[in-house]
Design a protein around this ligand. Structure first.
Ligand SMILES: *Cc1c(COP(=O)(O)O)cnc(C)c1O
Length: 415
């Protein structure tokens, strides 16, 4: 076999790790050409919600390809985008009334930041500082990296990243410090505060309370600081409710959605905003236009997939599947309880995580690659974040596969 020219993401090719060639996927599993099966225990990087190749989403994509493939979205529109936007406004918190399309979580965050800065500029009170939460992740473009945690992932680019104000993570028992720090930072009139609601994903599946989320939102509201909820990972049922903000009963000023928006079948993202943010850009003055576009903004095929996802949410027992997955996670996680090498068991809805006690903790420890290789051998697609092991499968996974995942984890920590 000749050497592949493909440069993979987050992959150190120099370590020569094997890269399996996958031919098809169904439900909670992926298969190679020989029929070898792996359980997709991380939903192919947190995107697949209902299961791979959900027939309804696949059919919607097929049907849309018969009609309209792509359309310039500046000055033109199409029904898949119109109906999707209408329904997104219906199901997201009430004050969110405007939907801007893009094509990835990172771009939805860039759009959110530009909307916030555009708002302040257009109302004649320019503000530029962004507040962020410690350990956050918001994507890998320069702007999204700037509002995320600094570390080995972005060291070479550091001089180009813009300066932000970091609020400490509200770990249990230390919530007040977070709230005090946010309050103090808000007095300096920043433009916006961006957060991953309830759980920080790439930062290590760090969970904080809905009360703290609500209080943080309240502080921003009192100070007139825009509140951006990055629900790129938490959206679409991951945390137990459709959106994480729902658990705190809050409405952000701006909300980012991607990953599960199409059920995980095809890239699409949206940034929702309030009337106030839209109104700040609404003018006969062309200089106040929101100047942002991706070539594939609101691609009709991707919108059709998202509409099928919404139909699944309306017509299939999605909430029940999520509740039953949450119960299975709880039961399986209990099997790890007594293990001396595992600490900080935690769960939020369909997401379960545990930390491995190791001398060489941290993302660059060689623990993660060794574990990934071990899991690959035993039929599991699992990808620890440093020494944090987490399980985040599609909602269709069954009890037998869940047991295999946790069997694999117990075996792995013995080797
Ligand atoms: C994955 C993720 C992003 C980036 O999304 P991409 O589609 O990979 O660009 C942004 N924010 C959060 C919270 C994420 O988990």
């Amino acid at each position: 076999m000749s050497l592949s020219p493909v440069w993979h993401p987050f992959t150190q090719h120099g370590l020569g790790e094997p890269i399996p060639l996958i031919e098809r996927a169904q439900g909670a599993a992926i298969y190679d050409a020989d029929g070898r099966r792996w359980i997709d225990a991380i939903s192919s990087w947190w995107v697949v919600t209902h299961g791979h190749c959900h027939p309804r989403i696949m059919a919607a994509i097929r049907e849309q390809t018969e009609r309209l493939d792509q359309l310039i979205f500046a000055g033109w529109t199409h029904e898949p985008a119109e109906s999707l936007a209408r329904e997104l406004v219906d199901i997201t918190p009430e004050p969110l009334t405007r939907v801007f399309f893009s094509d990835s979580g990172s771009t939805s965050v860039e759009v959110a930041l530009k909307m916030a800065l555009g708002y302040w500029s257009n109302i004649g009170r320019p503000r530029h500082r962004i507040l962020v939460m410690e350990h956050s992740y918001h994507g890998d473009t320069i702007g999204a990296m700037s509002v995320g945690a600094r570390g080995v992932f972005n060291k070479p680019y550091e001089p180009l990243l813009f300066d932000v104000g970091a609020i400490p993570f509200p770990a249990e028992g230390r919530e007040q410090q977070t709230l005090d720090a946010l309050e103090a930072a808000c007095r300096e009139k920043p433009a916006a505060f961006i957060v991953e609601p309830l759980i920080l994903g790439a930062g290590g599946m760090l969970i904080y309370s809905a009360e703290t989320l609500a209080e943080m939102r309240g502080i921003c509201a009192r100070h007139g600081v825009l509140f951006i909820a990055d629900e790129v990972m938490t959206g679409w049922g991951r945390t137990g409710t459709r959106f994480a903000c729902d658990q705190a009963g809050i409405a952000p000023d701006i909300m980012c959605l991607s990953k599960g928006l199409t059920g995980g079948a095809i890239p699409l993202a949206v940034t929702l905003a309030t009337d106030a943010i839209f109104e700040a850009h609404y003018s006969t003055d062309r200089a106040k236009t929101f100047y942002h576009s991706s070539s594939y903004t609101a691609n009709p095929i991707a919108c059709a997939a998202a509409n099928a996802n919404l139909a699944i949410w309306r017509e299939e027992p999605v909430a029940e599947r999520i509740a039953s997955l949450a119960t299975m996670q709880e039961q399986q996680l209990a099997r790890l309880a007594a293990h001396p090498r595992l600490t900080s068991q935690r769960q939020l809805g369909t997401i379960a995580a545990v930390d491995i006690v190791a001398d060489d903790a941290g993302y660059l420890s060689d623990l993660a690659p060794r574990l990934i290789a071990f899991f690959r051998e035993c039929g599991l697609l699992l990808r620890p974040l440093g020494n944090t092991l987490y399980v985040m499968p599609p909602y269709c996974i069954d009890e037998a596969d869940m047991t295999l995942i946790y069997d694999g984890i117990l075996d792995a920590i013995e080797v």
